[in-house]
Design a binder for this molecule. Structure first.
Ligand SMILES: Nc1ncnc2c1ncn2[C@@H]1O[C@H](COP(=O)(O)OP(=O)(O)OP(=O)(O)O)[C@@H](O)[C@H]1O
Ligand SMILES: [Mg+2]
Length: 459
């Protein structure tokens, strides 16, 4: 019997080698090489790049064709896409198992059909029955929505040619395979080849293709890293499994910015848009202030979002105190703790510190610094920040509070939600108009911010 030849492929960068290596020599990732059956792939018309037919053109002579966008009729989804689905683009939606990827795509497909679009939903993981049950639960009635349970890429291609849809949904890229390759569905080369085919399809036939991608236990998209490079838009569907809300976040978008998030709530009738997310994140915030709990106003894209940050500080039973963060950057918190020790004189060297953002929101912007510092300081000193106070500001290493962007928008959002006081950087102090109903306290240094909160709390 002929021996099957195999090769090892790096899941991160696609590097190929004949034998196993613990560390990829190309991208230096450990344990990323997986074994696959080797074959000499002939470049068939399907895997010849659509760019091969192009000739060099002078930039000044290129005629611009307007990008055509289709609204998904879900404004939160449109916001993340940068204003709607671009015709002929390839969108990848990734998320944890059961987070609601199929749900949002079936809902979107139904709504696209209402806009007279023809949609082919390829279900490579679920049967017709399962999809029908979901569609009934979500109350989707669409006349031009085709459901096709299929995993074979060549058969999918045939149906796309027959039906000529405007939008194709592939649920999921890990479950489909091309018969041009011997390796099994979900392998690095299968995913790469299928994605390449779908990209040619999107560009050549001007069809919008939405692809679902699984994630690994580390939260990265399963398969080769090149998958993210190949597609036009990468959207992560996130959320706390134990809570009902979900976030759509673009990490790459060739047709829009990547700072926008879309917020949804999972209900029996499907995913419902949340148009006032601050209310959702604050509804559990108690009216009674507790030490270590503060509200900050963060900016998600162009939209301010009020979230609660909690800190817990206590004497450590361990030789080295623990620092645990959830929803904020670990090293940023270490930096804030160092500033608190050096500039405020708060000794935390024998204290464990836990910092948590309520509601599973990830905050990456420095405007949350002051909120984190106040949460830690108030918990350590057992004082409180009034529950109607919102805290905004970046902390510098010398303990100064630095200016942040969109401060006015953030204050207005807080005022809308009934907050009475906003602590903001002094450097942001000059507003054209006064914001009614909210007292604005400008602070220059971290110690000033702490004093202004603590003195109020003691009244
Ligand atoms: N009858 C129901 N009522 C309310 N919510 C439901 C109901 N059935 C399913 N759900 C919600 O839908 C989620 C599953 O959604 P969906 O199948 O779209 O997820 P998925 O991301 O596509 O999962 P997978 O990775 O398995 O394909 C469940 O986790 C649950 O939260
Ligand atoms: Mg699914």
């Amino acid at each position: 019997m002929a021996k099957v030849k195999t090769k090892w492929i790096c899941q991160e960068c696609g590097y190929e080698t004949a034998g196993y290596l613990g560390k990829c020599p190309e991208c230096s990732t450990w344990g990323s090489l997986v074994e696959e059956i080797q074959q000499n792939l002939v470049q068939t018309p399907t895997n010849v790049c659509f760019l091969n037919t192009q000739k060099p053109s002078l930039l000044n002579e290129i005629e611009l064709s307007n990008e055509i966008r289709m609204s998904t009729n879900i404004s939160e989804f449109d916001r993340v896409l940068g204003g709607g689905l671009v015709q002929g683009s390839l969108v990848l939606i990734a998320g944890d198992p059961g987070i609601g990827k199929s749900t949002i795509l079936l809902q979107t497909s139904g709504l696209l059909c209402k806009n007279n679009k023809k949609v082919l939903y390829v279900s490579a993981e679920e049967s017709l029955n399962q999809i029908k049950l979901r569609a009934d639960r979500l109350d989707i009635r669409a006349e031009s929505l085709y459901i096709y349970p299929q995993t074979n890429l060549e058969l999918i291609k045939k149906e796309i040619e027959n039906i000529k849809p405007n939008v194709v949904v592939i649920d999921s890229i890990q479950a489909i395979y091309t018969q041009n390759m011997a390796s099994s569905a979900g392998s690095v080369s299968q995913i790469r080849e299928c994605c390449n085919f779908l990209m040619q399809l999107a560009k050549n036939k001007n069809i919008t293709v939405i692809v679902v991608g699984h994630v690994t236990k580390d939260g990265n998209i399963a398969g080769p890293k090149v998958l993210e490079h190949m597609v036009d838009t990468v959207i992560y569907f996130e959320g706390d499994k134990y809570k009902s809300y979900r976030l759509l976040r673009a990490t790459k978008n060739r047709f829009g910015n990547t700072s926008e998030v879309g917020i949804f709530e999972m209900q029996t009738k499907g995913l419902v848009e949340v148009t006032n997310p601050s209310e959702l994140f604050l509804n559990e915030h108690s009216q009674i202030s507790t030490p270590g709990s503060v509200i900050i106003a963060t900016n998600e894209g162009t939209r301010p979002l009020l979230v609660e940050i909690q800190a817990l500080v206590g004497a450590t039973p361990y030789p080295t105190p623990r620092r645990v963060t959830n929803g904020v950057d670990f090293s940023r918190v270490l930096q804030i703790l160092a500033v608190l020790e050096k500039r405020v004189g708060l000794n935390l060297s024998k204290q464990d510190v836990y910092v948590n953002v309520i509601g599973g929101v990830e905050i990456s912007e420095p405007a949350a610094d002051l909120g984190i510092a106040l949460a830690v300081a108030t918990c350590a000193r057992d004082v409180i920040v009034d529950s109607h106070t919102v805290i905004i500001g970046e902390i510098g290493l010398s303990g100064e509070i630095r200016a942040i962007n969109n401060v006015e928008k953030r204050i207005k959002e807080a005022q809308k939600l009934g907050f009475k006081k906003a602590i903001i950087p002094n450097a942001n102090g000059n507003f054209e108009e006064k914001i009614e109903g909210i007292e604005i306290v400008r602070v220059k240094r971290l110690i000033d911010a702490i004093t202004s909160c603590v003195s109020k709390a003691n009244q």
